[in-house]
Design a protein around this ligand. Structure first.
Ligand code: HGY
Ligand code: MN
Ligand code: MN
Length: 413
């Protein structure tokens, strides 16, 4: 890497801290759910920064934002660099935001250097990556990649029954460009690892070769409301007792498929949620993941068996999403690995435990990711933290990989 082709780490850090002020939480994190006023404010800030950097900003039918910096080869497919600006309810400052603003920093650095790339560069903000408000996750990059159809996305409802399409229109981001029409030559995403591997091995760069598979379920357990005092224990149909056994089962199955298998029950609602009424209905979610799809379906079979065997209440499992494991593109991986070697930081190849927009893009476009460590591997937590020099190193890898791939993008014939 030529020594003068370095990004401005202080500027990148400053932008991340500025973005973190939007829907900032008392614990130091961010609660910027998709399609809320906070999301709109973040989009406006991102849009302004991109226009200040000379980019043309457009957005598609699902509000996915594309900030384009022209290259020498007007007809060459752009190199896209992006991630997401929405966060978990108790999210951190870096998850997603780092990837979007690292893309902006690449453009700002190219401007500083007066460097014209062969292929255009586009910075991307994908709508609703987290899936915290509207399930499933990576919804709009999924529509872009042809994994979900537009109507499915627009019809998603949040816990208050608000419709995705209505909320998107409410913030004014229901564009006219069809989702998926925007073509890329390659897609790169920088992200914090959200796990402990890099930190545990004192490494700075993760050359990500793919993402593990995931299956999401909505579970409804149906028993019978009854009086907590006058109903004898035998014969009760306590939905919460059945749900508790099922939740233990999720834990047992994940451990049985370890060390790679993981399982989480993240959300649970009890009805009628009254201390002196036996719960007649419980709804909860299951998030199963595994790098091996055959073993992931083994986990699926095991939880379905447990549901059938549950006697006290009726357990209905609705699998709302199956995202098989995905492999990234070797040319993109090599560009990132070469850049990691160039900057002289310790690196490793690895598979992503978390899902990312790049995992969806990879089903349609050559894609790969670069990881940097986060403290204690913690994410989806207000305490999420990354070191400025690690973020800078990851962004330098992104710059070099984008320059390499930009040279390789043949003009569209
Ligand atoms: O679920 C995920 O892995 C991502 O954070 N949306
Ligand atoms: Mn993310
Ligand atoms: Mn996340």
């Amino acid at each position: 890497m030529s020594s003068n082709q370095c990004i401005n780490g202080a500027r990148l850090w400053q932008s991340i801290m500025e973005m973190a002020k939007i829907d900032a939480l008392p614990g130091g994190g961010c609660g910027r759910l998709t399609l809320t006023d906070g999301d709109l404010e973040a989009r406006a800030l991102f849009n302004r920064w991109c226009e200040d950097a000379g980019c043309t900003v457009t957005y598609d039918r699902l509000g996915n934002m594309f900030a384009r910096r022209e290259g020498r080869e007007l007809d060459a497919l752009p190199i896209a660099i992006g991630s997401h600006l929405d966060t978990q309810p108790h999210g951190g400052k870096f998850d997603g935001v780092y990837g979007v603003l690292a893309g902006l920093e690449v453009v700002r650095t190219l401007n500083d250097l007066g460097l014209e790339t062969d292929a255009p560069i586009e910075i991307v903000n994908w709508t609703n990556e987290e899936g915290a408000r509207f399930a499933p996750a990576m919804l709009c990059s999924g529509v872009y990649a042809g994994l979900f159809d537009l109507e499915f996305a627009l019809s998603r409802e949040d816990a208050d029954g608000k419709r995705f399409g209505d909320e998107l229109a409410r913030i004014g981001y229901a564009g006219s460009e069809p989702c998926g029409a925007h073509r890329f030559g390659a897609f790169l995403e920088a992200h914090i690892e959200q796990g402990p591997v890099l930190e545990r091995h004192d490494e700075v760069i993760g050359v990500v070769t793919g993402g593990q598979g995931q299956r999401w379920y909505d579970v409804t357990v149906t028993g019978r409301d009854a009086h907590s005092g006058s109903t004898p224990m035998p014969g009760r149909r306590d939905a919460l007792v059945s749900a508790a056994r099922m939740i233990q089962e999720v834990q047992r199955i994940a451990l049985a498929y370890g060390p790679d298998g993981v399982g989480t029950v993240g959300a649970l609602q009890v009805s009628p949620n009254s201390r002196n009424t036996i719960p007649g209905e419980v709804r909860f979610t299951i998030d199963f993941r595994h790098p091996d799809d055959a073993l992931l379906s083994g986990m699926d079979n095991a939880i379905r068996r447990a549901a059938l065997e549950e006697q006290e209440a009726w357990v209905a499992l609705d699998m709302i999403w199956h995202n098989p494991p995905v492999k990234f593109d070797e040319v993109c991986i090599d560009a990132i690995e070469t850049a990691a070697k160039d900057i002289g930081q310790p690196w490793r190849r690895m598979v992503s435990g978390a899902g990312h927009d790049a995992c969806q893009l990879a089903r349609k476009v050559p894609a790969a990711m670069v990881f940097v460590p986060c403290r204690d591997g913690l994410s989806h937590n207000e305490g999420e933290w990354a070191e400025p020099d690690h973020l800078e190193a990851g962004c330098n890898v992104l710059l070099q990989a984008a320059l390499t791939l930009s040279k390789q993008m043949a003009p569209v014939t």
